[in-house]
Design a protein around this ligand. Structure first.
Ligand code: FMN
Length: 397
């Protein structure tokens, strides 16, 4: 009899990922930084928001479809860009297939393990994500490769703060998957035979190169070489963002905006979308949950650009809360990575189904017919919940 692969919540996908992955790979997915305050707040904050459901008045049909950066999507949830090197041999291609099967778009990390051309073949609704890495010529070359491959949008992530310490310790990521490393990692791998077998079948170890940092058709630099170059690259200015936006010309998202003043500058720089995000709590620890910062940003710029949120989304009702507080859509990170680790493409599809099922159920409870009808009054926001950052009255900066 076929193994039952289905899971009913993201929490169960996470448990399964923990069981399936070697400890170091699982802990790379957990990531976070310093004391883990931000990553915890991202999730806990959603639990503090409430609903007030109706007993009668539910709509027979609920509409989940929307658009983001010019793409029609069948639910307001898209795949956030992440590097998923050792999670699954099919990596981002499996994620792209799952997103396409469920009618949604995908952000592809510039640190992804698969070349953009292969991933786009599986899902043409693809936004390429670039870091500020190297000089303008190098960045332009990468972006032009993405354009030639058919990327329909660009996501630029500038919030990375190179915070490397974790109170619970960081996993050791090898420089390369050479024979010496494989032998060293064997004992850990043997505790996870299913994962070992998945890779064993492919006759190649996880690829620690980043193909989208190089030219088309090349293997790309090793992860650490690219990371080192990134650390040495002078951080971008608003003029740099405006330059890249101009060069790209199409739908353009600045990811990692947490403050109203930055959101307004992003509008001035010509972006078409922002993601209110703290990089899933992987950056400057003690940054509040992104959902706490969202309403002030949506109020300030939501009528000029598309406002997306990411960070802490684990269920469909979280998506509904984010939309009610001003997001057009959300992006998910760990949730789909756990699904991928648990069951490959099917697991990512399962996670997207959990999201659409949860959105549908919440709309039904609230008596709404569409995600477009969600408003702040549909959510109970407890006193002291919000963290409007970067308002003109702020003394913080
Ligand atoms: C393992 C991991 C790798 C990530 N890699 C990237 C990346 O390469 N580029 C990027 O813009 N964001 C990256 N992120 C951040 C996600 O895109 C997203 O902002 C975050 O995961 C959202 O929070 P969530 O995991 O709680 O959903 C990464 C996150 C994780 C957990």
């Amino acid at each position: 009899m076929a193994r039952d692969t289905w899971f009913e919540t993201v929490a169960i996908a996470q448990q399964r990922a923990k069981k399936r992955l070697p400890k170091s790979v699982y802990s790379s997915l957990i990531s976070a930084s310093e004391k883990g305050l931000t990553v915890a707040d991202n999730v806990e904050a959603f639990g503090q928001l409430g609903f007030a459901p109706h007993v009668i008045g539910a709509q027979a049909k609920r509409d989940l479809a929307t658009t983001v950066m010019g793409q029609d999507i069948s639910l307001p949830v898209i795949i956030s860009p992440t590097g998923v090197q050792a999670v699954h041999p099919d990596g981002e291609v499996a994620v792209a297939r799952a997103a396409a099967a469920r009618g949604t778009a995908m952000g592809l990390s510039s640190f992804a393990s698969k070349p953009i051309e292969e991933v786009i073949a599986a899902n043409p609704k693809l936004f390429f994500q670039a870091y500020w890495l190297g000089d303008r010529d190098a960045i332009a070359a990468r972006v032009e490769r993405a354009r030639a491959a058919g990327a329909v949008g660009l996501i630029v992530t500038t919030d990375w703060s190179f915070s490397h310490g974790r109170d619970w310790g960081s996993p050791k990521i090898p420089e390369a998957m050479d024979l010496k490393t494989i032998v060293k990692m064997l004992p850990e791998g043997l505790t996870r035979p299913r994962w070992m077998w998945q890779w064993g079948k492919t006759f190649r170890p996880p690829n620690l190169q980043v193909p989208n940092q190089g030219a088309k058709g090349e293997a790309g630099p090793p992860f650490f070489a690219a990371y080192g170059e990134w650390m040495g690259t002078p951080p971008p200015t608003w003029e740099d963002i405006a330059w890249l936006r101009e060069l790209w010309g199409g739908p353009f998202m600045l990811k990692g905006v947490m403050r109203v003043d930055d959101a307004k500058r992003a509008v001035d720089a010509g972006v078409s979308a922002i993601s209110v995000s703290n990089h899933g709590g992987n950056n400057l620890d003690s940054t509040p949950a992104s959902i706490r910062a969202l309403p002030a940003i949506a109020d300030a710029v939501g009528d000029q650009i598309e406002v997306v949120l990411d960070g802490g989304i684990r269920r469909g009702s979280d998506v509904v809360k984010a939309l009610a507080l001003g997001a057009r859509a959300v992006m998910i990170g760990r949730a789909y990575l756990w699904g991928l680790a648990a069951e490959g493409q099917t697991g990512v599809e399962n996670v997207l189904d959990i999201m659409s099922g949860g959105i549908d159920s919440a709309l039904r409870g609230l008596g709404l017919a569409s995600v477009h009808d969600l408003r702040p009054e549909h959510i109970l926001v407890p006193p002291g919940f919000l963290r409007p950052l970067g308002l003109p009255s702020d003394t913080g900066a």
